[in-house]
Design a protein around this ligand. Sequence first.
Ligand code: GLN
Length: 461
Amino acid sequence: MTDITELTLSETLNGLGSKEFSSVEVTSAYIKKMEEKRHLNAFITETPEKALEMAKASDTRRSKGHVGKLEGLPIAIKDMFCTKGIKTTAASRILSNFIPPFESTTTQKLWDAGAVCLGKTNTDEFAMGSSTITSYFGVTKNPHNENCVPGGSSGGSAAAVAAHMCAGATGTETGGSIRHPASFCQVSGFKPTYGRCSRYGVIAYASSLDEPGVLGRTIKDCAHMIEVMMGYDPKDSTSSRKEVPELHKMLDKNIKGMKIGIPREYTELVPSNWESALTFLKERGAVIVDIEMPHTEEAGMVYYVISQGEATTNLARYDGVRYGERAPGETLEEMYMNTRMLGFGQEVRNRIILGTFFTSAKGYYDYFVPAQKMRSLIKQDFDKAFEKVDVLFSPSVPIRPFTIEEAKHGAAKGRFNDTYLMPSCLAGLPAGCAHNGLQVIGRQWDEATVLKVLDVVEEIK
Ligand code: GLN
């Protein structure tokens, strides 16, 4: 038999269904791949024993006729999702010994559907970054060029998918952290509308922006995983009660007559396949419409003010008292200070300090409130666009992956990293990109159309 890890997630599900191989066989093949590629540092924690145990249980279930939507499928989990009994660190020293006593809702849904846990993937510390360079556990290498970063913050997941160390992986986006590494590692990435996936048990960075999502080798693979993760959760007050469609069945390759908008502001820098991409979509029957998104340039600033303000509040809980690492001190206050100085890396500390300012009595009215107003205007740009078109299409990250060395010197803060990604996060809209780096953004709740168009976009060379 050929190497099972070469198959896509959808093909693996078919193979498991036709009993071509068992979950234990698929899982063992992935565990072997994880060992071979360990030097990439895609995982913070590998859970091979747990994986084999879950795979055996899955094979038993299948033999009794109980087959979940992802039955027997080995996947990886970004280390921002709490997993019961498995170390969960957010790639931070402050949580380096944290073993959650509970499971995040989205990962629970994956296990309930039969998926198998291979381990926890690397990320920028608390998902703050675009390279995994801020991880306490060291940078992840890009499987396509090991001198380069995998992008971030979900860089471990993207690298693991690209290097065939898992069939698919979870990620989180706050300001582009799935699409960015997906683009750098040439895999697919997708995040649904804010509120579709529960944030319960996902370590909080910026609560009004954080969104769980997926990375896979194809768009169909992403569809399979995300439809399992989506759905109402009473444990998350922002969770949507909307019904979840069977997304993987809706990819019919038909985009005839569909109106695809190109935001002018997202084409300032385009990749070399851009013109041929537009021709391709026209040939498939789509109507291309020029769109204006006048508040795009402000998105970066707005994102940083809001996310850092929210991060300051969310990260206040790491005080060395309830969980995580503690550094001793003479007084309680000193213990707090020592713990937080030792436990948080530089990038996280910077953001906490700025966020504290943005939410202080003065900073609040000078920065935080104006940023919220601008966020509404950014959302309105999308509302207006979607009066005219069905989806928006653009490059996701129009630059090539930078080297680890360049990342150490600030390349991850470059302007073109997240410019085309952050606005859709601020508006909470469904968005994804294909392995060729081209992205599609859709209307609120309309994951189906975004995935459908991406499934066609995926064919563009
Ligand atoms: N790269 C952005 C940042 O540095 C976005 C991160 C994210 O989406 N988690 O914050």
